[in-house]
Design a protein around this ligand. Structure first.
Ligand code: DOR
Length: 446
């Protein structure tokens, strides 16, 4: 099998940054050693660069099947490779929705041979599909929309929620915004044409009520549970006092955008949950630094610019982010807000652990050779026209970030290289179906 030796770089291992060499053979990391001078088929001189484990993005919407005018697996996984994301877990609100084992297997078959990076797909909960949720295996877990968002997936009924937590053994994650609160705010604010209204419709209360409700379910049923895209300061105390089997994540847009940005960006930052205030931004940062929120994911949710230009409230919610999320965080490292090992923990190691991914999230012997080489000194400006996502825009268009992925490997195969202005992409079948620890069912019940 082909061997590649990475030398002269700084490698971010679970013990921190180290000046060591890394040898990979085929799809695996086979040696970490300061003294490897062995011959290899390929030598990567990583002088001045950092080698990180590939990013695991546990929340993306890639729109295939059914909504491929917005995004598809070919474009989205090129965007991932460029952004340093080597594994993604995709949400079930495609068309058709991924709500049966058969549809899950169909989605896996669609992805086979088409993805530059590794793939996994959630199974979506409905009020009546608990038998499907209980038998699904080739999936990271169950996604519940406790509040509705893009698409029509919704489980709001308490008895249905109790059954899902009681009768299934996969990890569960949820979109937590309270449907009743959102609908009553919607009725009260009907007619408002300003997109900033979105943050009053999907307000702090909506997030807090649903997060509290979901934590209560997970606590009583002792069921592993992950809170997707936390957006408010008010949810942090709930997460802090939740049992250890409850985890949480935040997204770059909840750290970096606030309601003050609606004037500049309008519906481009219309998201569910909504963007909140600068006070919330600061509290979410602190929760990451304190280890209360453990994961950063993108919630990459592309819509076309034409769709986003519709007037409020018709303009859809969601923004694309996979190709810039790592750079956005590396830029924060450069501005002193966090460290590189923290970014690796939030974006690589923690999501791999939480979702029981086999061989992912760390640079360690025996782990998969999913690697990203980053140049912490490279400054680049994000441009819509250079985006690989099929939607071809970014809410960060025009922003210059320092710290970028320059090369990415998936299962030992190079899938992306930046050569100055030129971008090179590898074979579109490098990505593999993600495997989960065989005993994870024993780990999802406390
Ligand atoms: O803003 C959002 N858009 N939030 C979601 O939860 C879904 C997503 C989408 O699929 O468009």
């Amino acid at each position: 099998m082909k061997t590649t030796l990475f030398k002269n770089g700084t490698v971010v291992t679970p013990s921190g940054p180290e000046r060591i060499s890394v040898l990979i053979e085929g799809p695996k990391i086979v040696a970490l050693d300061p003294a490897i001078h062995s011959k290899a088929d390929d030598i990567v001189d990583a002088r001045g660069l950092y080698l990180l484990p590939g990013v695991v993005d546990d929340q993306v919407h890639f729109r295939e099947p059914g909504l491929t005018h917005k995004e598809d697996l070919a474009h989205a996984t090129r965007a991932c490779a460029k952004g340093g994301i080597t594994s993604f877990l995709e949400m079930p609100n495609t068309d058709p929705t991924t709500t049966t084992v058969q549809r899950l297997h169909e989605k896996l078959a669609i992805a086979a041979g088409k993805c530059l990076v590794n793939y996994g797909f959630y199974i979506g909960a409905t009020p009546t599909n608990v038998a499907e949720l209980a038998t699904a295996k080739r999936t990271p877990g169950i996604k519940i929309f406790i509040g509705s968002s893009t698409g029509d997936l919704l489980v709001d009924d308490q008895d249905a929620l109790e059954r899902i937590f009681a009768e299934t053994n996969l990890p569960i994650c949820a979109h937590c915004e309270d449907e009743t609160t959102v609908r009553s705010n919607q009725a009260r604010l009907a007619g408002a044409a300003d997109v900033a209204t979105h943050s009053k419709v999907r307000d702090h209360q909506a997030a807090v009520i649903a997060t509290r409700r979901a934590i209560d379910l997970a606590t009583r049923h002792r069921h592993q549970f992950h809170i997707l895209h936390v957006s408010t300061a008010d949810e942090i105390p709930l997460i802090r006092s939740a049992p250890h089997w409850v985890t949480a994540e935040v997204c770059p847009h909840y750290l970096l955008f606030s309601v003050d940005d609606y004037g500049r960006l309008g519906s481009l930052i219309k998201m569910n949950p909504s963007i909140k205030t600068r006070v919330d931004n600061a509290a979410l940062w602190q929760a990451l630094l304190d280890g209360i929120v453990r994961v950063i994911a993108t919630d990459h949710a592309p819509h076309t610019l034409q769709e986003k230009a519709l007037p409020y409230p018709q303009c859809p919610s969601g923004l694309p982010a996979v190709e810039n999320s790592l750079a956005l965080m590396l830029n924060q490292v450069n501005s002193g807000r966090c460290t590189l090992p923290q970014v690796v923990s939030w974006m690589c190691q923690a999501p791999a652990e939480i979702w029981h991914l086999q061989g992912k999230g760390k640079i360690e012997v025996g782990y998969d050779a999913d690697l990203v080489l980053v140049d912490m000194n490279l400054a680049l400006t994000i441009r819509n026209e250079e985006q690989q996502t099929k939607s071809r825009w970014s809410p960060w268009h025009g922003e210059t970030l320092t710290g970028w992925p320059v090369r990415t490997w998936v299962m030992g195969q190079e899938v992306f290289r930046r050569e100055g202005e030129r971008l090179w992409f590898g074979a579109a079948n490098a990505g593999q179906e993600i495997r989960f620890h065989p005993d994870r069912a024993n780990r999802t019940r406390a």
